[in-house]
Design a protein around this ligand. Structure first.
Ligand code: GTP
Ligand code: SPV
Ligand code: MN
Length: 609
């Protein structure tokens, strides 16, 4: 034991890790997990770590400066039923946070983690989930400990990594411990499942055991950036949401608008934030990317609603990403970008990657392996229709690689928020866009966001469920408090944002999407800003203000879309009346929901009669 302690001190000294609280925390967990080495990493170590991973076969080359990784076949998405927010206050029990007492969970995790990194290196990743110097910085620092080198490489892309983030912060950092575990013997998805993904929110401690994938393992991103962040925000007056954030500049007036918004996982945040097509609208707008998955939002000293993206990279869904749907994404994962592809199909001979919707499926099968590593050419006949890539396969790339990243994406003051939108995969009922100008009705709309679940979480794809503000998997405190917190934070802004509900996923009777989506989604957003400015009036309906057909810029849309447009701009009153009954039942679960939210519900219900 004495040897280990001495070694660790030298490691800290060599790495310039001076914060005594961090040192103590690292030494403690090194002992618990039984790791045989400790290494403090920073972003500058990336090239060396990549070389080590290539050498070890954990990464495979995708030509020059891009990489391929595969996760264990039963470890390919977040596991919501194994994810818990724990505290020492029973009043924190919510409908979605799988609340447990901290005193029950901590010993369980310590037991699972004890000796579980034996023989491995424990990497120490000091990180910041905010632009440096931001007013929320003290909630943004953390130190992830992980026994998995791939997690380090992903974190270097997704967060700002380096000891400077934590040295000056005393005890104000999130303790985030990740232990991979013996993935082949964890009983994933069975009654004997041994995985646990726990955020002890009132102790600012995250303990994740039993995965090396995405949000289960990159603890800065989901566990801290969303779950811990939203709890801290609740206690300290700011909002933390699974939101994209983008900027639209009207070139004629020079005015710039920032819109943030929540869509459930794998429902289009990355695409919307990255790929709107100003060229489609006569080049009158300039569109900039800020963030695709998380926004931290607050009201500044001047009463202005502001937000920033706490991340440093994009962990985007690969499926259907191509030159037409998302050229910006394709341009951000070019050779030498450092991008990492996870669970797509890989060709070991040509060092290429492919996924469903990337382009034509390769016809020469030589060298092609599916996401599990099986040669495509050797697949049995009954596997012929199985996808080559996992539906939740992803690419990881840094924000600096995104061609339209905003010049001020890293500004610690964030940007002013003018609009808040909600959306999801909804095959009927929800029109293309409906605007809401009242705060309580906007919050009510977010709380009743109902959409189809996707492959981003294990075992749920296609199930219709409510996903309040797209925070269902990340909500760390009770919904009634969440609603009140929204009313309080946004209500304190001197200028209120406009709200809207959008839907790119309405389908026709033959199952086709009625709206082309992707790059064309700029059109309804431009309308929303025009409505905000009073330049268009829209059409009042019981569920919000819809665009009059002539108010939308339709230039260049194909005949079929124009023919379908009335359908995507319709309000199906009988379907809405039915929905109001579901909403009533849904909202009734949340004890103590603010009266303003119920009043908003009653107003919409009454308007529909
Ligand atoms: P997370 O990273 O899981 O939080 O998801 P996300 O919301 O960022 O999802 P993303 O933008 O990566 O989109 C997921 C899927 O939705 C991809 O397969 C896209 O091709 C598809 N998609 C995105 N935008 C549109 C759209 O406008 N229309 C249609 N039909 N599909 C879309
Ligand atoms: C999500 O599932 O919402 C994601 C991807 O953004 S993950 O990091 O795996 O949570
Ligand atoms: Mn997400």
């Amino acid at each position: 034991m004495v040897d280990v302690v001495l070694d660790v001190v030298k490691v800290f000294d060599d790495a310039g890790l001076t914060n005594p609280h961090v040192r103590e925390y690292v030494a403690h967990w090194a002992e618990v997990t039984g790791a045989s080495r400790v290494e403090v990493v920073s972003a500058a170590d990336d090239a060396r770590l990549v070389a080590e991973s290539l050498e070890a076969g954990e990464l495979l080359p995708v030509g020059a400066g891009r990489y391929y990784s595969r996760s264990y076949r039963k470890d390919t998405a977040r596991a919501e039923e194994r994810t818990i927010v724990a505290t020492s206050d029973e009043r924190d029990r919510g409908t979605y946070n799988n609340w447990k007492p901290a005193a029950e969970m901590k010993p369980k995790l310590v037991e699972l983690m004890t000796g579980a990194s034996a023989g491995k290196t424990m990497y120490v990743i000091p990180y910041l989930m905010a632009p440096a110097g931001s007013p929320l910085e003290r909630f943004a620092a953390g130190v992830e400990l992980t026994d998995n080198r791939n997690v380090v490489l992903q974190m270097i892309r997704m967060a700002r990594v380096g000891v400077d983030s934590v040295n000056a912060l005393g005890n104000d950092f999130v303790r985030a411990v990740h232990v991979t575990g013996d993935l082949e013997n964890l009983g994933q998805g069975t009654p004997e499942d041994r995985r646990y993904f726990v955020t002890i929110a009132d102790e600012r401690t995250i303990l994740h055991f039993g995965s090396s994938y995405g949000g289960n393992a990159l603890l800065g991103k989901i566990a801290h950036g969303l779950r811990q962040g939203s709890y801290d925000g609740w206690k300290n007056g700011f909002l933390v949401e699974q939101f994209m954030l983008l900027g639209i500049t009207d070139k004629q007036t020079g005015r710039k608008y920032h819109i943030c918004g929540g869509f459930p996982s794998a429902s289009g945040k990355t695409n919307l934030a990255m790929t709107l097509a100003p060229d489609a609208l006569g080049d009158r707008y300039h569109v900039e990317f800020y963030g695709d998955d998380i926004a931290w939002i607050w009201v500044d000293d001047d009463g202005v609603l502001r937000g920033f993206n706490p991340e440093n990279g994009v962990f985007g869904v690969a499926k259907d990403t191509n030159e037409l749907t998302n050229p910006t994404a394709i341009d951000s994962i070019t050779p030498n970008s450092g991008a990492i592809f996870t669970n797509v199909a890989y060709n070991g001979k040509t060092q290429e990657v492919w996924w469903e919707g990337r382009g034509p499926q390769p016809t020469d099968l030589d060298g092609w392996l599916d996401w599990t590593g099986q040669p495509i050419a050797e697949r049995a006949a009954e596997q012929a229709d199985d996808p080559w890539a996992h539906p939740n396969s992803r690419f990881t790339t840094q924000l600096g690689n995104v061609p339209n990243v905003a010049a001020d994406w890293d500004d610690p003051r964030g940007v002013e928020i003018h609009g808040v939108i909600f959306g999801g995969r909804t095959r009927d009922r929800e029109p293309l866009i409906r605007a809401i100008t009242d705060l309580a009705e906007g919050v009510y709309d977010g709380l009743t966001l109902g959409a189809e679940a996707t492959a981003a979480a294990d075992g749920l794809e296609g199930v219709l469920r409510y996903d309040p503000m797209s925070m269902r998997p990340f909500m760390s405190y009770p919904e009634a408090d969440y609603a009140q917190h929204w009313l309080d934070v946004i209500g304190a802004a001197k200028s209120q944002p406009i709200f809207a509900h959008v839907n790119w996923f309405q389908r026709g009777e033959d199952g086709r999407f009625l709206w082309p989506g992707y790059r064309e989604n700029l059109r309804p957003l431009v309308w929303l800003m025009q409505l905000r400015n009073g330049e268009v009036a829209g059409v009042r309906t019981p569920v919000g203000i819809l665009p009059a057909r002539h108010e939308l810029d339709l230039e260049g849309l194909d005949e079929r879309t124009l023919a379908d447009l009335d359908a995507v701009l319709a309000v199906d009153v009988p379907r809405w009346q039915q929905e109001m009954g579901h909403r009533e039942q849904h909202l009734a679960q949340f004890e103590g929901l603010p009266e303003e939210i119920w009043a908003a519900h009653r107003r919409v219900a009454a308007a529909l009669i």
